[in-house]
Design a binder for this molecule. Structure first.
Ligand code: PLP
Length: 310
């Protein structure tokens, strides 16, 4: 079965989904996107799409910011995604990439008087960060874009130049991931993940006002910590020093799952091993995303790879 895409209101083989080199979004980053995981459950032979509706609700907010008008509700997009995944027939974890974009073939920087379109791609994605052994991070010399520059609350394509600068700088310096500070020096997030700290027994994560993307995984972790471990998360600004003093640090994101941070700027986090709270949350999270915890099945949308629909 060839990989399929949803493109110009049709399901087509991925190889046939092509856009013009004049497409506005290609030149100016005028698009917003999502990353959604489908997690394969071997016993049930099903893919479970994790919190798909929340991803589309966030994407529609990004569309409002960018004046992208597409004739789909969050529910419409969920249905199209399930159909695409079922049609593609994967029997392994998948990564789904919806994109809403300024599709006009036009030169000129603006958001208005342009056409919009929406597409979905489904693909496999190798492990993004080492969730088992943990990752080594650096503080980036790049600052996180401020809400007054490009709203970080939207998953806006153009913003990812900021993330890419930080990620490549980190990798070229020998680290796995970058942690970005915001304009006033508070910890914001990783280049593609939210960040959590265990600080003096408390679970802490930066608030939206520190220019983070409000992560779907971040929200799941806050709920799992509260409901399953009885740990409340404080959403508060974190100083750079606290990166070095935290007992545990971990990153969360659709691509990165829950990835422990074991070293920051050449200093071990805690004792340099994956921490207890991080391990517990990882265990809970991996069960939940594969549809193995009945209490959280409302977060999982099943796509049956045995069905091949038109
Ligand atoms: C900059 C940034 N922060 C945080 C996240 C985590 O968000 P989510 O958990 O919704 O994937 C992502 C990934 O989408 C991201 O790109």
């Amino acid at each position: 079965m060839p990989p399929y895409a949803y493109f110009r209101k049709q399901f087509v083989p991925l190889a046939e989904a092509k856009i013009s080199i004049l497409t506005h979004a290609l030149h100016y980053g005028t698009a917003c996107f999502e990353g959604i995981r489908g997690n394969w459950n071997d016993e049930q032979e099903q893919l479970f799409l994790f919190r798909i509706r929340e991803h589309y609700v966030r994407m529609l907010k990004g569309c409002r910011i960018l004046k992208i008008n597409i004739p789909y509700s969050a529910d419409d997009m969920c249905q199209l995604t399930v159909k695409l995944v079922e049609k593609s027939g994967y029997r392994e974890d998948v990564y789904i990439r919806p994109l809403a974009y300024k599709s006009s073939e036009a030169i000129g920087v603006r958001l208005h008087d342009l056409e919009d379109d929406f597409l979905i791609i489904v693909a496999t994605l190798p492990a993004y960060l080492d969730a088992d052994e943990g990752v080594r991070c650096c503080t980036s010399s790049w600052r996180r874009v401020d809400d007054t520059m490009i709203p970080a609350r939207g998953k806006i394509s153009g913003i990812y130049v900021n993330s890419a600068l930080a990620k490549t700088e980190a990798n070229e310096r020998g680290f796995d991931e970058a942690i970005l500070l915001n304009h006033d020096g508070h910890v914001s997030e990783g280049s593609g993940e939210n960040i959590f700290f265990v600080l003096e027994g408390k679970l802490v994560t930066p608030p939206s006002s520190d220019n983070i993307l409000l992560g779907v995984t971040r929200d799941a972790i806050i709920q799992l910590a509260r409901n399953e471990l009885g740990i409340e998360t404080a959403e508060m600004s974190v100083d750079r020093t606290e990166l070095y003093l935290a007992d545990e640090v971990f990153l969360t994101g659709t691509a990165a799952h829950v990835s422990p941070v074991i070293e920051i700027d050449h200093r071990p986090v805690g004792n340099g091993k994956v921490g207890k709270v991080t391990k517990e949350l990882q265990r809970l999270y991996f069960d939940v995303i594969k549809g193995k915890n009945p209490k959280y099945l409302n977060w999982c949308t099943s796509a049956d790879s045995k069905l091949v629909k038109d």
